[in-house]
Design a protein around this ligand. Structure first.
Ligand SMILES: [Zn+2]
Length: 338
């Protein structure tokens, strides 16, 4: 009986924490809300003029478009009951048309196979092996349509330059919606760093292997690594409940304000940010070992040296990363519109 009750409570808690507090929408809103507060007056005016909404709202858009799917050869948006509240503001007839068009223009053209995700879904991440200390376009898990390339393309459009293929970005509004989301993603450690595992569960470096990348070694940003009822990626997406987009603490804002600007030309920043996050990903994977579990769809099971300490460290890292992402988003917009 006690077991059953514990199970129900645990299940309820996990449902609440997954659906309400994810770096899905909530985390992205936090990043946007921090950036809103750090914009110069000119940049804030430009954001309003171009997007007509705050960065806090804009930051959710690129995930809402994931509910556009091909139906009888046409891309159609279907409201996802799980994301009804966060995506509602994009569900005007003009908003739905924009989401559907964006997905239609950004589905193929990136050389994807039928087994890989639509191109626009791949814009959200890279999978650089954690043995590396920096992002390099020559490494496995990077591409011309990964997160670094996605941010670069959005910045180019906002600077009035063309975006490289395969990106099809209609206008500055679309570029701003993409940028507000992707700068959040690039600071989620498991959106940049990945472990590749051999059949013993030992991490390998795919860039030192001969021949083509063995897809069996991929863990898809931790999505293939189970931890109880959830997986490592989802655990890193779920942010501490104390962090709320509507109430950014003075401490977090101060932290964001104290972050130095990235040096050099803006086109080089996304790779620099990915390198920075890759080092954080080293911490995100430390203290974790992996067991192959072919009976489970997730394929791998995570084992922790000290799970409680791991989750505590995770919360601390997430707080730092959200502050950094907010600061970077403001930095890039303040640079474009000084
Ligand atoms: Zn994303």
């Amino acid at each position: 009986m006690r077991y059953v009750r514990t199970l129900i409570v645990t299940t309820l808690l996990s449902v609440v924490s997954n659906s309400v507090f994810a770096w899905g929408h909530t985390g992205h809103e936090v990043v946007g809300a921090i950036a809103d507060k750090l914009l110069t007056a000119n940049a804030a005016n430009k954001v309003q003029e171009i997007a007509g909404i705050s960065l806090q709202s804009a930051a959710k858009w690129a995930d809402c478009v994931k509910d556009v799917a091909p139906k009888d050869g046409v891309f159609k948006y279907t409201q996802n009951p799980k994301y009804e509240a966060p995506c509602r503001e994009f569900e005007t007839s003009e908003g739905i048309a924009r989401m559907e068009e964006y997905v239609a223009r950004n589905s193929d053209g990136c050389g994807r196979s039928s087994a890989t995700e639509l191109c626009h879904k791949q814009y959200h991440y890279a999978d650089v092996a954690i043995q590396h200390d920096r992002y390099d376009r020559s490494y496995a898990g990077t591409s011309d349509h990964d997160i670094v390339s996605g941010i670069k393309a959005a910045i180019a459009i906002l600077q009035g330059k063309p975006a490289p293929a395969p990106f099809s970005i209609r206008d500055k509004r679309e570029a701003l919606l993409m940028l507000a989301h992707f700068v959040g993603d690039i600071y989620q450690p498991l959106h940049v760093g990945a472990v590749y595992l051999d059949s013993f569960g030992d991490p390998i470096n795919p860039d030192l292997q001969d021949g083509n990348l063995d897809p069996k070694t991929e863990t898809r940003g931790g999505n293939s690594i189970g931890d109880g009822s959830t997986n490592l990626h989802a655990e890193w997406d779920a942010i501490p409940r104390s962090i709320k987009p509507t109430k950014i603490s003075a401490k977090m804002l101060e932290e964001a304000r104290s972050i130095d600007n990235t040096p050099g030309d803006a086109s080089l920043w996304p790779a620099a940010w990915a390198s920075d996050t890759l080092l954080v990903a080293h911490r995100a994977f430390s203290g974790v070992t992996y067991r192959e579990d072919l009976t489970k769809p997730k394929h791998w099971t995570a084992e922790f040296k000290d799970r409680k300490a791991y989750l505590k460290a995770k919360n601390r890292i997430q707080r730092e990363q959200l502050a950094k992402a907010g600061a970077r988003l403001a930095q890039v917009l303040n640079t474009i519109w000084p």
